[in-house]
Design a protein around this ligand. Structure first.
Ligand SMILES: *Cc1c(COP(=O)(O)O)cnc(C)c1O
Length: 405
């Protein structure tokens, strides 16, 4: 799954270019940097690789989401519809711009259920934010239709799905804006970093200024830049961008290894008729960072997890339902509004309602779902061994529950 598994000389070379000049900042110092511009190079490489018109690097994926929302004019009083299954960064970004996260159910795509999105629309809805979890995607055509009907913004959190495609286009390049994370465990890493991609020059220029204290970046003298609007510091450093540059050049390698390993493991698990797999929307191509699969009931999945743990082979299998990072059930700090600073009134009202909101439709999916991470380092034999052990545990659990003889 993560690019850090194939760390090598390429990354060291790119970082050394920066260390040679000592210019660690992405802006200015035109003379001493001796034409080394790793951040700009990486942004150009991102546009070339994924087909976006514009790319703005940031210090993290969370910062990329926050920046995208600010650039898309999402703020206080605006509702952002997002899924109940995601990484906490998605709602952190919504809250950080003063907007209201509206959490809705997921379906067997493990992403937004378009029907649940429709039911959550209000006059305050400003944005639909699908989160393409675990390498695959939401039904983007269905969500785009809703956005077009109601004049809403489509912002893709594609942080976990670098390299996956929908109807020929890379995830993250389909909505008004999209984001990737390059944190340490993502498909390509900068150690820490992220990007906002967009085809809108206006959104790009706003993201460019916002991530650097509102600088307009029009002149050659940074000190004389104008500040047409307020911003923050969400800049990436040249050292981080250098790592990303080496990594993005290996993306095709990462993806092809993932696809191969994914296919091998999936074929083994698919021997068992009681195992089913996450739905990939029509026209979608999974980036294959994980295999996400289901057993028929929550009880069976819990028994599988318990037995894998007992045998000491659970590592690399993520039971999100009981994991405190990725699913609404465990987000006590959000539901109890444990913010260090004061939230705005509309946010408080919305978060208070989360306590009683019915997520049984999501529970019914997530309770019987597990995601198995795909390593870039596995040998063919290791995958077969892993797969056969998993099949053994599944068969044991099914027979103990009298599902199979
Ligand atoms: C990793 C991740 C982020 C945030 O990225 P960071 O770079 O860690 O801040 C946002 N959304 C999702 C779905 C993620 O998995």
């Amino acid at each position: 799954m993560p690019g850090f598994e194939l760390w090598g000389e390429e990354e060291k070379k790119e970082v050394n270019d920066v260390l040679e000049t000592g210019i660690l900042m992405r802006y200015g110092f035109d003379g001493p940097r001796k034409s080394i511009w790793k951040s700009i190079e990486l942004e150009n490489e991102i546009n070339k690789t994924f087909g976006s018109k514009y790319a703005q690097l940031t210090s993290s994926g969370t910062a990329a989401l926050t920046t995208a929302m600010a650039a898309l004019n999402i703020g206080v009083g605006d509702e952002v519809i997002m899924p109940s299954f995601t990484f906490v960064a998605s709602f952190e970004a919504v809250l950080s711009v003063g907007a209201i996260p509206v959490l809705v159910d997921v379906d067997e795509t493990l992403t937004l259920d378009p029907e649940a999105v429709r039911n959550a629309l209000t006059p305050k809805t400003k944005c639909i934010m699908p989160v393409h979890m675990c390498g695959s995607m939401a039904d983007l055509d269905a969500l785009k239709t809703i956005c077009d009907e109601h004049d809403l913004i489509l912002l893709e959190d594609a942080c976990q799905s670098i390299g996956a495609k929908y109807k020929g286009k890379y995830l993250g390049t389909i909505g008004h804006a999209g984001t990737f994370s390059f944190d340490f465990v993502k498909t390509i890493t900068c150690a820490e970093g992220g990007v906002v991609m967009t085809n809108s020059e206006d959104v790009y220029l706003k993201a460019d200024g916002y991530t650097d204290h509102g600088h307009d970046h029009k002149g050659v003298d940074r000190g004389a830049d104008l500040h047409p609007f307020l911003g923050y510091n969400f800049r990436i450093s040249e050292l981080h961008a250098a790592v990303g540059l080496a990594q993005i050049r290996k993306l095709d390698t990462f993806l092809s290894i993932q696809q191969k390993n994914h296919t091998t493991l999936k074929d083994i698990l698919a021997q068992i008729p009681e195992v089913s797999f996450r739905i990939i929307p029509e026209g979608g191509v999974d980036s294959c960072t994980f295999i996400s699969w289901f057993l028929p009931t929550e009880e069976l999945m819990k028994a599988f997890v318990a037995e894998m743990k007992a045998q000491g082979i659970l590592a690399g299998n993520f039971y999100w339902y009981a994991n405190n990072w990725h699913y609404i059930k465990q987000w006590q700090h959000l539901k109890e509004m444990k913010a260090l600073n004061n939230l705005n009134e509309e946010q408080k009202v919305a978060l208070a309602q989360l306590q009683d909101q019915d997520f049984s439709a999501s529970d019914a999916i997530m309770g019987r779902c597990i995601s198995t991470a795909i390593s870039l380092l596995w040998t063919e034999e290791q995958i077969k061994e892993k797969g056969e052990k998993m099949v053994g545990v599944i068969r044991k659990v099914l027979s103990e529950a009298n599902v199979i003889a």
